[in-house]
Ligand binder design. Structure first.
Ligand code: ATP
Ligand code: MG
Length: 421
């Protein structure tokens, strides 16, 4: 028997309503806040990520699925979508005919691929929903609006135990002197850090802060932070960002050691962590990426965005909300037919109910009453509609509430009216 590849999984029908609920809430948030959807390819030129995401990141360094195509071109399954969205923005000149300072708001939903160690909440094919605000403006109010939207989104899913962490990682030109100081401090403790951290020390020392090992975390707690080293402009930007959050009554914690996993971040970075997710507790990650467009060959462009994992968002949905969603996904009615004439008639009635917008299920096999009713219950339907020769002759059918057992004889119009209620 051939099975799924390690780190990938099938999302089965029983869980789909929860996934759809998260997607629906996200689409509604994006609609309210003026975002348009964009769909980019799952495969891209490897260069997009090596340049865009950065050689020094864990993602590019060790997590990408890369292959050589038949024409010797190097292709990668996208590990994230911000680089793709910015590429599309440049490639299609989505900035043409814009008023000065106007921004473009885009969102995406889809699978991403990273060859990480699979564990709870971490997969090799996982799903992200993300939003990007791209254009000529780097107004901190854009950042606060993004967080306000996420706040609305989380609350609409009943997720109320999350926590917002914010930081400023400064501009790339401000980081030079700080990085030297950081490297000196790391050099002193290098032999106590993990292999990955030693690699980070060589390639991009800032990324040491992102290490997940507890052992390293203790040592990292003693290192100088970027937040103390950023310049006056970045500092002012960060202060404005925080005051916009305050004005929206959005609670946050400044975490000077939160640097996010991607090379392209500058200035504001943020993370939303979930209350009951365990070790993989980062629900949402995002930040400013002003240099990214230039890195991949575009004109100077500002950008701010975020992505969240659908897998983890579904896991974070409180049980009460999940139960409500499952309840809403139940079919309205299941048709039970007794005899060949009734089978044909049931198909005809089912068509009418479906045309009226109802979810009507029906089994194709002729069965005994008891078995047919059992199937009706298993289908999850709220009602069973029983059709036999007498019902056909009378034009009224027995509609049974499968929860209360209550039964009524009604004609099709009355059935539609009752089920629609
Ligand atoms: P983490 O700290 O969990 O490794 P990350 O810093 O790699 O996350 P991003 O690259 O910013 O995260 O991706 C944003 C979000 O996508 C994460 O917060 C998480 O919810 C989700 N995510 C990232 N990698 C995975 C994965 N392998 N499996 C499931 N979800 C993931
Ligand atoms: Mg990661």
């Amino acid at each position: 028997m051939i099975q799924t590849i390690r780190g990938t999984r099938d999302i089965l029908p029983a869980d789909i309503p929860l996934w759809q609920r998260v997607e629906e809430a996200a689409r509604e948030a994006f609609r309210r806040y003026g975002y348009s959807e964009i769909r980019t390819p799952i495969i891209e030129k490897t260069e997009l990520f090596t340049r865009g995401v950065g050689e020094a990141t864990d993602i590019v360094h060790k997590e990408m699925y890369t292959f050589t195509d038949r024409n010797e071109e190097s292709i990668t399954l996208r590990p994230e979508a911000t680089a793709s969205v910015v590429r599309a923005y440049i490639q299609h000149r989505l900035y043409a005919n814009r008023a000065p300072g106007e921004v473009t708001k885009l969102y995406y939903i889809g699978p991403m691929f990273r060859r990480e160690r699979p564990q709870a909440g971490r997969y090799r094919q996982f799903y992200q929903i993300g939003g990007e605000v791209i254009g000529a403006s780097d107004d901190p109010m854009i950042e606060a609006e993004v967080i306000e939207m996420l706040d609305w989104f989380l609350i609409s899913l009943g997720i109320e135990d999350s926590q917002l962490l914010v930081n400023s990682v400064g501009d790339s030109h401000e980081r030079g002197p700080y990085l030297e100081k950081l490297r000196e401090s790391i050099a002193a403790v290098l032999d106590r850090l993990c292999n990955d951290c030693r690699h980070r020390y060589e390639t991009n020392a800032l990324r040491v802060f992102d290490c997940k090992f507890e052992n390293c975390q203790e040592i990292i707690a003693g290192l100088p932070t970027i937040t103390d080293a950023i310049g006056a402009e970045s500092r002012a930007h960060f202060e404005q960002f925080k005051s916009h959050l305050d004005a929206r009554c959005i609670a946050y914690t400044v975490n000077p050691r939160m640097v996010r996993g991607l090379d392209y971040y500058s200035r504001t970075a943020f993370e939303i962590i979930g209350g009951h997710l365990g070790a993989q507790n980062t629900l949402v990650g995002g930040g400013r990426y002003d240099g990214l467009a230039e890195t991949i060959g575009g004109p100077p462009t500002k950008g701010f965005g975020f992505a969240f994992g659908l897998d983890r968002m579904v896991m974070s949905m409180p049980e009460a909300e999940a139960a409500r969603v499952r309840e809403r996904a139940r079919p309205d009615v299941f048709l039970v037919h007794l005899g060949e004439a009734a089978r044909n008639h049931a198909a005809f009635i089912a068509r009418k109910l479906r045309a009226a917008g109802l979810a009507a299920g029906m089994d194709f096999t002729d069965r005994k009453m008891k078995k047919a009713m059992a199937l009706a219950s298993e289908s999850g339907a709220r009602f069973a509609l029983i059709i036999g020769d007498n019902e056909i002759a009378a034009g009224v059918y027995a509609l049974k509430n499968l929860e209360t057992g209550e039964q009524q004889s009604l004609d099709v119009e009355a059935i539609i009216e009752k089920l629609k209620r």
